[in-house]
Design a binder for this molecule. Structure first.
Ligand code: BES
Ligand code: MN
Length: 465
């Protein structure tokens, strides 16, 4: 093990240069004009994986390519894997994504999003924390094993996709088609967070999600608001009034049945959540908000990790340009997502929310609702052997006892891993709350990068033990 750790220490400068190369690809999955950048990034990854000694290939899909890279020399999996076969090494999947969120608005970046900049112990670039830096840390740990000739205690398969930020459409079919090849004991995903650089964490729950778009149609075209305004419904006003009814002044969702399946937090969990080392004052400062606000009866950490939400992501109607334009707009649109928690069923919540919206829609407008993606929340036992192994690896790498936590974001594919491959996912995130994921000036902390590599190196030992 010492050889592996020494190797990691000695090669950090080169790792950083390679990480910057990875970050220069503008692999924005949502924007069609970046298609070629996603392909180039996937090809770069394949070449890089081969260089460090992995057997790698690029898999075309209907969308962006998937990169598969394996540690060499794994015995062919003939038929069913036998748990009682003690000579068999555990097989683990490491999942990550090389696609990134759109960088816009560009004028809010201190330096351009695809020109990586290092300032102190932070590396700024789109995709640095979400998720290139986190999956690159795992690749570097494996490189250290392979290049020092240290036997890997586990067989590993990296699955790096290019559509996570747009719903992982291709990967879900890919899993079914490659069930046999991807059959594994455990899946490791570093695509979440930890509270602070010296506070490692094992995440045991993620929220689920439903997405949809509401359009309210009013008059057949934008109208002169002086000639017609006052005698016809304004769809923007109708939208505002409708959405305002969704919650009360204490942040409690008013849609009947919205909370009915929510699994209550146990006293034990609430006590654990209290230990999360980010004060309300610090959170307020971090968010740059005038005040914190959330559902009454729950702390901010509970609200953003363990309670369901109804969120307006985008609100559009009428004239958006400079100056004024006196119109009654023809339509108004709202992009909505609800975060879901364990026990809530996406299809059921979608139905009660959409039914309620239709019932409460005034007769003066025509409502259209377009359904988007959906996924259940994820929850896994923090006391399994694999989770205990992960906790030991985190403590060895970071030198501090890790905390157990629930996170508010969603990684829909982990549900598919469970359904299709029958394996649980260890969520070992190394992003920080102030990393600006999905925001301008996204960054990754280089201490997290380095300790993340060490965590990965220890993990394969602990999982095999
Ligand atoms: N890495 C995030 C998910 C995440 C972030 C989980 C922080 C826990 C803590 C991932 O890349 C992401 O942004 N997921 C989307 C999923 C959606 C598009 C279905 C999300 O959570 O909004
Ligand atoms: Mn993301």
């Amino acid at each position: 093990m010492q050889k592996v750790l020494d190797y990691l220490k000695q090669h950090q400068d080169r790792f950083l240069a390679e990480f910057c190369d990875y970050l220069r690809f503008a692999s924005v999955s949502a924007q069609p004009q970046h298609k070629k950048d996603l392909v180039a990034c996937a090809e770069w990854l394949v070449a890089h994986c081969r260089n460090i000694g992995l057997d790698a290939r690029l898999c075309e899909t209907a969308g962006h390519p998937i990169v598969i890279a394996k540690t060499p020399g794994r015995k062919a999996e003939g038929g069913k894997r036998k748990a009682e076969d003690k000579s068999r090494k555990p097989h683990c999947l490491v999942y990550g994504h090389y696609d990134v969120q759109p960088p816009e608005p560009l004028d809010l970046w201190t330096t351009p999003p695809f020109e990586p900049r290092i300032t102190g112990r932070n590396l700024f670039a789109r995709g640095s924390t979400d998720n290139k830096g986190q999956n690159f840390a795992h690749l570097k740990a494996v490189e250290a094993y392979l290049k020092t000739g240290t036997p890997l205690p586990c067989d590993l398969t990296f699955v790096l996709e290019g559509e996570e930020e747009v719903g992982s459409k291709s990967l879900s079919g890919f899993l079914k088609a490659h069930r046999q090849e991807l059959a594994c004991d455990t899946i490791v995903v570093s695509d979440t967070g930890m509270p602070a650089p010296n506070h490692p964490a094992l995440t045991y729950a993620l929220r689920g999600i439903i997405a949809f778009e509401i359009t309210l149609h009013g008059p057949a075209r934008d109208l002169h608001s002086g000639i017609f305004g006052g005698a016809v419904e304004n769809p923007a006003m109708a939208m505002a009034q409708l959405l305002a009814k969704v919650r009360d002044h204490h942040g409690v969702i008013q849609i009947p049945g919205f909370y009915e399946d929510v699994a209550a937090l146990s006293k034990y969990e609430r006590d654990q959540i209290k230990r999360y080392p980010l004060s309300d004052a610090k959170l307020k400062k971090l968010l740059g908000a005038k005040e914190l606000f959330g559902e009454r009866g729950f702390t901010p950490t509970e609200q953003r990790s363990s309670r369901p939400t109804f969120e307006i992501n985008g609100l559009t109607s009428g004239y958006q340009g400079e100056g004024s334009k006196t119109i009654v707009p023809a339509w108004a649109r709202a992009k909505i997502t609800c975060r879901l928690v364990p026990n809530q069923k996406p299809a059921h919540v979608r139905k009660i929310v959409c039914d309620w919206l239709k019932q409460n829609c005034p007769s003066t407008v025509r409502m259209e609702i377009a359904a988007g993606h959906g996924a259940e929340a994820y929850m896994v036992s923090p006391t399994s052997d694999a989770a205990q192994a992960a906790l030991r690896a985190l403590e060895k790498a970071f030198g501090t006892k890790p905390i157990l936590m629930r996170e508010g974001g969603s990684i829909p594919i982990v549900n598919e891993f469970k359904k299709v491959l029958g394996a649980d996912t260890l969520l070992l995130g190394i992003g920080l709350p102030d990393d600006n994921a999905h925001s301008p000036d996204e960054k990754f902390n280089l201490d997290c990068f380095e300790n993340g590599q060490r965590m990965s190196a220890f993990l394969w030992q602990e999982l095999a033990a």
